[in-house]
Design a protein around this ligand. Structure first.
Ligand SMILES: *Cc1c(COP(=O)(O)O)cnc(C)c1O
Length: 472
């Protein structure tokens, strides 16, 4: 592609992107495609000869777009938000253009120093302790893995890295029964083993029961295990339950246990002073993560990972092959030593664009609106006799079900599953489910970048009419 061709197509794509952003809510949120449909429309091998851009773009429009789920649609209420925003898209264009590898300071000094500064901005915006240092990771899953590996090294005196597991004492990790699957994955792959992940039962509000945590820890100590790490969740994926950090932190502190906090989505709410109660007990935290790529308008991937003692993290992950030796070592942050991958994208740039474009007040306003929409939806649900709220509404997730009179529990589960499919097949909205105490639960997440109260009200009308039509 020549420079002139690039200029022309880039302008065309900017038009495409702008049209998409203006019209994204008109697409069916969840595509109506069957498994294998897209695959079968693609050629079996790469082309031998160059193809014109127009042809590639036409296939994108005709083959790819009909199979996309529109995560940026304000009618997307499923899973969790994976928000983007115009400033984030613009910054990502620059990141792709520069194509820099940000593994160490020398390979892109501005990227390393902007990352260091952005982590300070985020730390202060979310009210985390001043002595925390931060690094951007690709995902919460990776950051949790890095945290648990660091906890493993700390509790083994940094021996597992050198010699492998000694066999005893066996390390134990704790999280609530509502914690994210990434914790189980991390425990599996870091060699501690799934059998040594203790899932602590939750209280009525789906938060970890600290009394049962304390008991599990002392039982384990009695059996000769070594408690290594507790992962507390601020905003569980199912219902946004908040584990009681102070009580958990005190148990960790008394027993020399690493406290890692997974605030993947809900961490963004910490930029609101009125949500700082969620991190009461923050002085006990050893490591903490949240995903600007979820609810802070920064497109995937961008996980902010903070650690109280970065030295331990670096000691765990440090490598120094000859070809990466530099004269600046020790004076600057070489982020390859702060996590798993060597190669790193320039992710700080989009954070910079997003935080400057919205400003802290602009971010707060959007977040507050999302929280208010969830509270309003809760009231709409409570006002209907044939609907039931199934979990406290803490932030931006509303858990509920359709519950017409005269249905058994089993039939209600089947009915709500049917309702969920009917809504998603309509293409008008998209929501997903969870199981709470055996109950099939619809979840509605009110956190998409361009969401307005009108979208929520319209979705609620659709849910009511679809539900009642099924049982009419
Ligand atoms: C989404 C989520 C994760 C996983 O996030 P990734 O960045 O996709 O790995 C982990 N924990 C919680 C609480 C989440 O909501």
């Amino acid at each position: 592609m020549t420079a002139e061709e690039f200029r022309k197509h880039a302008h065309e794509l900017v038009e495409w992107i702008t049209d998409y952003l203006e019209n994204k809510e008109k697409y069916p949120v969840k595509p109506r495609v069957k498994p294998g449909e897209i695959f079968s429309r693609l050629p079996d091998g790469a082309p031998q000869e160059p193809e014109p851009f127009e042809k590639i773009q036409k296939d994108f429009d005709e083959i790819i777009m009909p199979g996309m789920t529109h995560w940026q649609s304000p009618n997307f209420f499923a899973y969790f938000p994976a928000n983007s925003s115009p400033p984030s898209v613009l910054a990502e264009m620059l990141t792709a253009t520069l194509g820099a590898q940000c593994m160490i300071w020398d390979t892109s000094p501005a990227a390393a120093e902007l990352e260091e500064k952005m982590m300070i901005w985020l730390r202060d915006l979310t009210g985390l302790p001043d002595d925390f240092e931060g690094v951007i990771q690709d995902s919460a899953s990776t950051a949790t893995l890095a945290a648990i590996i660091t906890a493993r090294e700390k509790s083994s005196g940094f021996l597992v890295n050198e010699q492998g597991f000694p066999g005893s004492p066996v390390l134990r990790v704790y999280c609530s029964g509502q914690a994210h699957s990434s914790i189980e994955k991390a425990v599996k792959i870091c060699g501690i083993g799934k059998a040594n992940l203790v899932k602590i039962p939750v209280r009525k509000d789906f938060s970890m029961d600290p009394v049962l945590l304390e008991k599990a820890v002392s039982d384990d100590l009695r059996k000769g295990y070594r408690p290594c790490c507790v992962v507390a969740t601020i905003g569980t994926t199912g219902t946004t339950a908040v584990d009681p950090l102070r009580e958990i932190g005190e148990i960790c502190s008394r027993n020399g246990i690493w406290l890692h906090v997974d605030a993947a989505m809900a961490g963004t709410a910490l930029i609101l002073p009125e949500y700082r109660w969620m991190t009461d007990g923050r002085e006990y935290i050893d490591s903490f993560l949240f995903n600007p790529h979820k609810w802070m308008f920064t497109n995937f991937d961008c996980t902010a990972f903070f650690i109280k003692d970065a030295g331990r993290l670096i000691r765990t992950f440090e490598i120094l092959p000859e070809y990466l030796r530099t004269r600046t070592r020790g004076q600057v942050n070489d982020y390859r030593d702060w996590g798993i991958p060597l190669g790193r994208r320039f992710r700080a740039l989009k954070l910079w664009y997003v935080m400057r474009s919205y400003g802290a007040e602009g971010l707060r306003e959007k977040i507050r609106n999302h929280i208010e929409y969830a509270a309003n939806l809760k009231n709409l649900i409570l006002a209907e006799d044939d609907f039931e709220l199934l979990a406290p509404v803490v932030i931006n997730v509303v858990c509920f079900r359709y519950k017409p009179a005269g249905y058994s529990e089993e039939k209600l589960n089947a009915l709500n599953e049917q309702l969920n499919h009917a809504l998603n097949d309509s293409g008008k909205i998209y929501l997903t489910h969870t199981i709470l105490n055996g109950i099939y639960t619809l979840r509605m997440v009110t956190a998409q970048t361009d969401l307005t109260s009108a979208h929520v009200e319209k979705a609620w009308e659709l849910i009511k009419t679809t539900a009642r039509a099924i049982t009419a």
